[in-house]
Design a protein around this ligand. Sequence first.
Ligand code: SF4
Ligand code: SF4
Length: 140
Amino acid sequence: MAFKKQRMVLQFPAGTVDEPITYTLIKEYDVMINILNADISHGREGSLLVEISGEQESVEVARKYLKSKSVKISPVVKTILFEQAECINCGVCSSVCYPGALEMDRESRELHFFPEKCVACELCIKACPLQLFELNFGAN
Ligand code: SF4
Ligand code: SF4
């Protein structure tokens, strides 16, 4: 059976914020939930950025449970933000960027960023000594 790992934003309607929905998911639906970010307050809508993992079938059943609770599920779209103006063109990031989204120009010795090639693997975030990369989460 296939193992599935999925990042998503869960938006809880005001009436469900106090229900133990994530606990129920783990206990009853045999999925693991890693909460990456949370914005929840008593009595109003809340949202969680989570990574849900488990057998594909369990993840699908868990999604159905969430929908039955009127929780809105949005797949996460990750993009990389880059402060290019601060770059010193050291080239470290281009050596870890396997899809070729970051490349050093051999003649000008300047870094070029091709966002359309980026797979949001996050390796450049760890590699850049000036911390010029940042992960941007959005949901669609
Ligand atoms: S996130 Fe990965 S693919 Fe995207 S620019 Fe950084 S190293 Fe390259
Ligand atoms: S590692 Fe940082 S400073 Fe070096 S080239 Fe890449 S973005 Fe520029």
